[in-house]
Design a protein around this ligand. Structure first.
Ligand code: NAD
Length: 324
C-alpha cells in the first residue's frame, strides 16, 4: 500500500511521556453509536480521513457502545495499513456496560480483551475510566499498581485516570509516587461554557502529568444539532447553549468551529479530543485547527457567545458516588 501523504497538523508533547500528540485528537465514542448510529463504513472512513489529515491520536473505551467503539476503531486502524508507531491509541478500564469494576483482577483482564478488539499488541495509554464512580482509595492502592504492572508487561506504554470532577485528579496525584500517573483525561471542563480545567494546569504541570482535554463541544451542547437525549446538563445549560448555537447560525458562524478553536488556543493543553463519526466532521475539526493557526481566534464571536452563556458559565453536573 502506498504511504498516506499527511499535512502538518501541530504535534504537541504530552507531559513527560515523550509522545507527541496531534493537537486535534480523535474521540472514538461516536464510533460506538453513542451519539446516534454510526455505520462500519463511516467509522473506517472517519479514522482514515483523520489519519490522512494529520491526526495521530485516537481514544476509545470498552464502555463506548458496549465494546463497539473499540472494535470499530480497531478495524479503522488496521485498514490504514501503516506501521504501529505512527499512531497513538488510548483505551480505558474499570467502566463497562455492566457497571464499574476497578479491581486489579478486572482491569488486568480488561486490557487483554481491549487489545483483542482493537487488534493491537499494546496500547500507548491505558486510563482508569471515570474513577469518581469507584473508591478513589482503591484506585490509588489497587488499580494504579495493577496498571503499572501492565506497563511493565508491555501491554501499555503509559497509564492515567479520567473523570468529571477535577478534584479526583488532585486526590489521586497527591497520593501516588511522583511519575506514577503519566496522564489525566478531563472532559467538559475546557470549552466556551466551562473552562475550569485552566486552574488545574499549573498543578498538573508541576506533577509532570500530560493533559488530555476531551469534549470540546461539551458532548454536543456546542453543536448545531444539539446534545443527545442522555446528556446530563441542566435544562438551563442546554437552553443557553442552544441559544448560542442559534445565534452563531444566524451570523453565518459555526459554534463547533468556535468551540474547537477555543480549546486549541491553549498551548498548555496538548490535545483536544473531539468525538467524530463522519469524514465531514473530521474535515471540519481539522480545518478549525489549521484556520486557527493561520487567522487566530474569532474574538468578536467568542465574546458574543460568552455573553449569551454568562448565566451558565462553568456550570457542570454531578457525577460519581459520595466518597467515604
Ligand atoms: P464532544 O464534545 O467531542 O462532542 C461530540 C459530538 O459532537 C458528537 O455528536 C459528534 O458527532 C459531534 N461533532 C463532532 N464534530 C462536529 C462538527 N464539526 N460539527 C458538528 N458536530 C460535531 O464529546 P465526546 O465525543 O463525548 O468527547 C470526545 C472524546 O473524548 C470521546 O469520544 C471520548 O473518546 C473522550 N471522552 C472521554 C471521557 C472519559 O474518559 N470519561 C468522557 C468524555 C469524552
Amino acid at each position: 500500500q502506498a504511504p498516506i501523504p499527511r499535512p502538518n497538523l501541530e504535534l504537541r508533547p504530552l507531559g513527560n511521556t515523550g509522545l507527541k500528540v496531534s493537537c486535534v485528537g480523535f474521540g472514538a465514542s461516536p464510533l460506538g453509536s453513542v451519539f446516534g448510529p454510526c455505520s462500519e463504513h463511516d467509522a473506517v472512513a472517519s479514522v482514515r480521513e483523520a489519519f490522512r489529515l494529520g491526526i495521530n491520536y485516537f481514544d476509545t473505551s470498552p464502555f463506548y457502545g458496549g465494546t463497539m467503539s473499540e472494535k470499530m476503531l480497531g478495524k479503522g486502524l488496521k485498514a490504514l495499513g501503516v506501521p504501529r508507531n505512527e499512531y497513538i491509541v488510548s483505551t480505558k478500564c474499570g467502566r463497562y456496560k455492566e457497571g464499574f469494576d476497578f479491581s486489579a483482577e478486572r482491569v488486568t483482564r480488561s486490557i487483554e480483551e481491549s487489545l483483542e478488539r482493537l487488534q493491537l499488541d499494546y496500547v500507548d495509554i491505558l486510563l482508569c475510566h471515570d474513577i469518581e464512580f469507584g473508591s478513589l482509595d482503591q484506585v490509588v492502592n489497587e488499580t494504579i499498581p495493577a496498571l503499572q504492572k501492565l506497563k511493565e508487561a508491555g501491554k501499555t506504554r503509559f497509564i492515567g485516570i479520567t473523570g468529571l470532577p477535577l478534584s479526583v485528579f488532585t486526590y489521586v496525584l497527591d497520593r501516588v509516587p511522583p511519575g506514577t500517573v503519566d496522564v489525566i483525561l478531563s472532559y467538559c471542563h475546557y470549552s466556551i461554557n466551562d473552562s475550569t480545567l485552566v486552574d488545574l494546569l499549573p498543578y498538573l504541570k508541576s506533577k509532570g502529568v500530560g493533559v488530555i482535554s476531551a469534549s470540546p463541544l461539551a458532548m454536543g451542547l456546542l453543536t448545531e444539532n444539539g446534545p443527545p437525549e442522555w446528556h446530563p446538563a441542566s435544562p438551563e445549560l442546554k437552553a443557553a447553549c442552544k441559544a448560542a448555537a442559534a445565534y452563531c447560525k444566524e451570523k453565518g458562524k459555526s459554534i463547533s468551529k468556535l468551540a474547537m478553536q477555543y480549546g486549541l488556543g491553549n498551548k498548555d493543553i496538548p490535545t483536544v479530543l473531539v468525538g467524530m463519526k463522519s469524514v465531514k466532521q473530521v474535515e471540519e475539526n481539522v480545518a478549525a485547527a489549521t484556520e486557527l493557526a493561520t487567522f487566530g481566534k474569532d474574538h468578536q464571536a467568542l465574546s458574543e457567545i460568552n455573553a449569551i452563556l454568562s448565566s451558565v458559565k462553568n456550570q457542570t453536573w454531578p457525577s460519581g458516588i459520595q466518597q467515604s
